[in-house]
Design a protein around this ligand. Sequence first.
Ligand code: B3K
Ligand code: ZN
Length: 873
Amino acid sequence: MQDSAPQTTYRADYRPPAFLIDTVELDFRLDPAATLVRARLAFRRNGPGPMRLDGQGLALLEARIDGAVLPEARLGLGADGSLTVADAPDSGMLETLVRIAPEKNTELSGLYTSGGNFYTQCEAEGFRRITFFPDRPDVMSRYTVTITADRARCPVMLSNGNPDGSGGNEDGTHWVRWIDPHPKPSYLFALVAGDLVDVHESFVTKSGRQVALNIWVRRGDEDRCGHAMDSLIRSMRWDEEVFGLEYDLDVFNIAAVSDFNMGAMENKGLNVFNTKYVLAKPETATDGDYQGIETVIAHEYFHNWTGNRVTCRDWFQLSLKEGLTVFRDQEFSADQGSRAVKRIRDVRGLRAAQFPEDAGPMAHPVRPDSYIEIDNFYTPTVYQKGAEVVRLIHTRIGAAAFRRGMDLYIARCDNRAVTIEDFVAAMQEASGVDLSGFMGWYDQAGTPELTMEDRYEPEARRWVLTLRQAVPPTPGQPDKHPVAIPVAMGLLDAGGAELPTRLAGENEAKPGTRLLMLEAAEQSFTFEDVAAPPVPSLLRGFSAPVKLKGVSQDRLRFLAVHDTDPFVRWESGLQYATALMLQMVAARQRGEAPGFDPALEEAVRNTLRGAEADPAFAAEALSLPGEGFVADQMEVADPAAVHAVREGLRREIGRRCGDVLRATYDALAEAGEYRVDGRSIGRRALRNACLAYLVAAGETGLAEAQYAAAGNMTDRLAALSLLADAEGPAREGPLADFHARWRGDDLVLDKWFSIQAMSSRADTPAAIRTLYAHPDFDLRNPNRARSLIGAFASGNPLHFHAEDGEGYRFLADAVIALDPINGSIAARLVGPLGQWRRQAPGRAALMRRELERVLAVPKLSKGTFEKASKALA
Ligand code: B3K
Ligand code: ZN
């Protein structure tokens, strides 16, 4: 239980800061146990109110204004760690000296040590753990940073901006100075120091600026930086070409660290990355890892303009930078390879994480109204749904107007901390399109449901489509209003050919996909000159993040084969299979043995026949809907039944299509040099999809052989994850081999933990406990904690939802142990217990009990308190 109820912050309470800080001079004397931080802040009054500086866990040694020591009577230290200075003048220089202990910082927020080196993480509110400061994004300042440390311990010392001198001292220390010419909020401050080596390149911007690119890693990791560097260079070029945005400093540094709470951080000129999103070579990284690196490198780089140069007024506007930057990294990746496959993967991710969030206890708008702990709002809703909303605007106004809107947004908002309204206003002005109907997407939580109905009028040769929308109620938002939904669509004739379309009132028919705008709760669209009943293809490219209802199984089957839009082809197959699986689950629950739908066999054969053209697409089309996705469609989830049905289908497909699966598997055997390009990745994905079906049908030996022969991590891991479900030596041998081979490599060892955590074997609940006690398990390392606890709770619905509640108990035990070490990670991991409303009463009661047990812990972190209490509410 909390000592006092944590405070809620409301968006409506925003007030401009009482003081601005124009320049910041920071002076660090680094020491793991006792680092001294001297700060000189040039302040200036901006509005009413006292001078209040945020702080957390800082030992204040000295405070002066304009050189004069401030007596204790003028210094108010708040219970939250903040500092209030009484009778501050309207402008002046505030100087403080504080002491902090980086080596004791297990939260990994503020300044901390990892492997003996120093790193910072300041977003959202970590800078206050380094020095006293108005730690809010609307205070933008120019920073000069001087770092002094032992020369042997910290040969490399980095901060934001450009280097501005260095030198030695007689006591064995040395110093460096960094000046960042661009004003920035405190959350973008960074410092990295230690024994690091760099991999470097240079880049010439389109206007001719020479930029030194460095990736800083620990000695020995230099051979794993090539893909990150290549991705960085491609991102820099792409942003110039597509958005006209150029890099604005002389150096761009990336430092990789293995203890890191998230993926990466976009600090100005000094990105700090989780090693997971930097280090890769074929033997250690999967194709998925390579793609993750490309995405995250691009994302952080793109923040330089969307986030850093133009930043957020307050944290409620977080999606202003995150949604827009995810949209930009999605577009970048789409341009690197297959746009359709990229879209499919993004939609898969959205449905796996964001749709459930939007339907659960933590549902919140893309722009939330309140929070207890802002760290809890770095969510799939703010990121992925936020990107979808930017995409809606892009779809509505078109690429050219969107680019004009971006130009206007940046010109107008450069070096400012702004709001989502500023972004939408720029798009509206540049396009001349009224975008007010899109604001509901930012302010309402919940996934809209779109229902379709149609009728054909033969005499009038007319086809009428009626679309209805409804946004379900979410916590704190019982009533919703309609939003603007762009529906990209087309019509097919009975033979599958695309028809030109003419809406009533239009003069001539248009070929191909067109955009319908649904802006009311219900709207009908009348199409003229339609010779025969057409088959509609709706939401092409997933033109809006909604749930589409009312499409018959017959139409889905037809669209899965014939639609001209690859997304709808994939989607129709997925929806068809989902409906089928739900029927099979229902049959099973009635005690009937569900039959096999021959359409699935036909679909698999059909997919494999055309696979050569786009193997990555074929791999997507082959994979059955995930267990979580199917369970999400049920009123009351039944994870065990869903698992049984899905496994049964996989086995049956493997048996019936064994001939073509095997032929494809053999034909795709890697020949020649291993490559990480789109086509090679697609071929491996397809081959491993075939392998999974073949193993489901009993061909375990194939996976054993692949494991033993694999020359790259993608194939090795694909085989191992199948073997992890097997019985006896087929499993134990490879798992032991994998551990022995990679025990010195943290990122690879994470995979070893995850694979076992996600196994469907009956002994997994016991195995989880054993792994938790394994000498290689370390709760303090976020990647390791996620690799076991997160992989189990989010990636193993069968065992997480075990009837006896053991899965829930394990998660709660882990969260309780982790909370005092790293509350931010504990809060992230507790989430799955919030799904209790959709479980049967017995399981729901067990889940609630574990949430109550978490909440009863003394001194629970704010973040875990918020997640657990909202989950129970
Ligand atoms: N902006 C950071 C995320 C910070 C998370 C703080 N809890 C990474 C990103 O979105 O690019
Ligand atoms: Zn981001």
